[in-house]
Design a protein around this ligand. Structure first.
Ligand code: NAD
Ligand code: WQD
Length: 339
């Protein structure tokens, strides 16, 4: 079966292409390269020895999406990664985030319907749990959003839920990712953020490489074991495998399926810093700063639904997450080069 991977040139999408090709699926990638480069897919081709058809298109463009489905009539499922994802930027540019993330998804869903494609995997996020009342977080925990990016995920979850309620032939997996980090063990593909990274591990990687001076730890006074924020970091290849498992679930005509993809373990900022020091072999300087607005103390998944219903569990530990991140960073100090 052919899978359309929207946003497949990006961080999670490129790793998922590897997992899909290795599982025997054919893929076609559509991406406008707004936050990625064509080079990631060349590396995926190098890694897997398989060709990836690529269409450079903005998925908000209905005519372009129609043409894509006409060109590949054997698409059987869509994995929809394409989105803008920077929380801080979404606060400064809400209209861009709502327009891009909602319009591209609605366009895809409309064109899928007119072409009879019934299977859709959606990249949701643990951000939909807002400030969780308790951890670990189960899928039936209350949802809320604290920023426009999170709202786009929440709104799209709602839209997809309504679509499934109205149409029993539609199968949708809402996959709520926790904090994806790490890189493919080959060191050929990885995360290549623009400018100064917002997220913890890409930032640590640049400090470890000597490109940034020191890590700023956002708050040492959280109610956690060492006072720094705790998150459920998940290796990006485990996350990628979660998508392969979700496709199999959709093939059972499951209708709406909502699932956390996390490890069930929480690590603090300092835990991650120390794991990264072990991976790179030298100390990483840091300073304590005030809390970052909008952050929460602790967030980690109850991953039992994924284990029971997808037969999926995360395999990589924090050591491998940091080691693969460092391998990617040290071998590709400029990422994929020019974007
Ligand atoms: P990414 O920015 O690396 O990948 C997203 C890709 O989508 C990019 O290649 C970008 O060029 C493309 N894109 C964006 N808008 C597009 C459009 N209108 N048309 C075509 N292509 C478009 O991000 P990622 O980290 O790989 O995230 C993938 C998905 O997972 C996103 O939906 C994101 O919101 C979600 N997610 C990410 C994280 C995380 O921490 N990385 C956590 C939870 C959820
Ligand atoms: C992790 C921890 C920070 C940077 C974000 C999005 C979420 C999801 C994943 C998409 C926190 C601390 C960070 C730094 C630090 N994305 N930190 N210094 O905030 O859990 O989640 O990415 O859906 O929606 O909000 O991830 O990596 O930014 O932060 O101390 O320079 O590291 O305070 O405790 P977060 P993160």
């Amino acid at each position: 079966m052919k899978i359309l991977v929207s946003g497949g040139a990006g961080y999670i999408g490129s790793h998922t292409c590897v997992a899909l090709l290795e599982a025997g699926y054919e893929v076609v990638v559509a991406d406008n390269l707004v936050n990625s480069s064509r080079e990631s897919l060349r590396r995926v081709e190098q890694l897997t020895g398989k060709q990836i058809p690529f269409v450079q298109a903005d998925l908000c463009d209905r005519a372009a999406v129609e043409a894509l489905f006409d060109q590949y009539p054997d698409i059987g499922a869509v994995i929809h990664f394409a989105a803008l994802k920077a929380v801080g930027e979404s606060v400064r540019k809400p209209l861009e985030y709502y327009t891009n993330n909602l319009t591209n998804t609605l366009t895809l869903l409309n064109v899928m319907r007119s072409h009879g494609v019934r299977n859709f995997v959606f990249s949701s996020s643990a951000t939909v749990y807002g400030d969780p009342e308790t951890v670990p977080i189960r899928e039936d925990a209350p949802c809320s959003a604290t920023n426009p990016y999170g709202c786009t995920k929440l709104f799209l979850e709602r839209i997809l839920t309504d679509c499934c309620a109205a149409d029993p032939t539609l199968n949708v997996a809402l996959l709520r990712y926790f904090n994806p980090i790490g890189a493919h063990p080959s060191g050929l593909i990885g995360e290549d953020p623009n400018g100064i990274p917002n997220n913890l591990v890409p930032y640590i990687a640049k400090v470890a490489a000597g490109e940034l001076e020191c890590l700023h730890v956002f708050g040492g006074d959280w109610p956690t074991h060492d006072g720094t924020g705790v998150r459920d970091y998940i290796h990006v290849m485990d996350l990628a495998e979660g998508h392969v498992a979700a496709l199999k679930k959709l093939a059972e005509n499951c209708g709406l399926f909502v699932c956390n993809l996390g490890t069930g373990k929480g690590y603090s900022v300092l835990d991650v810093l120390h794991a990264y020091e072990a991976a790179c072999g030298h100390p990483i300087p840091y300073v304590m700063d005030p809390r970052r607005p909008g952050d929460v103390a602790a967030c980690w998944a109850d991953p039992s639904k994924a284990r029971e219903e997808l037969g999926w569990t995360a395999r990589y530990g924090i050591e491998e997450m940091c080691a693969t991140s460092w391998k990617w960073q040290s071998r590709n100090p400029n990422g994929y080069g020019e974007k």
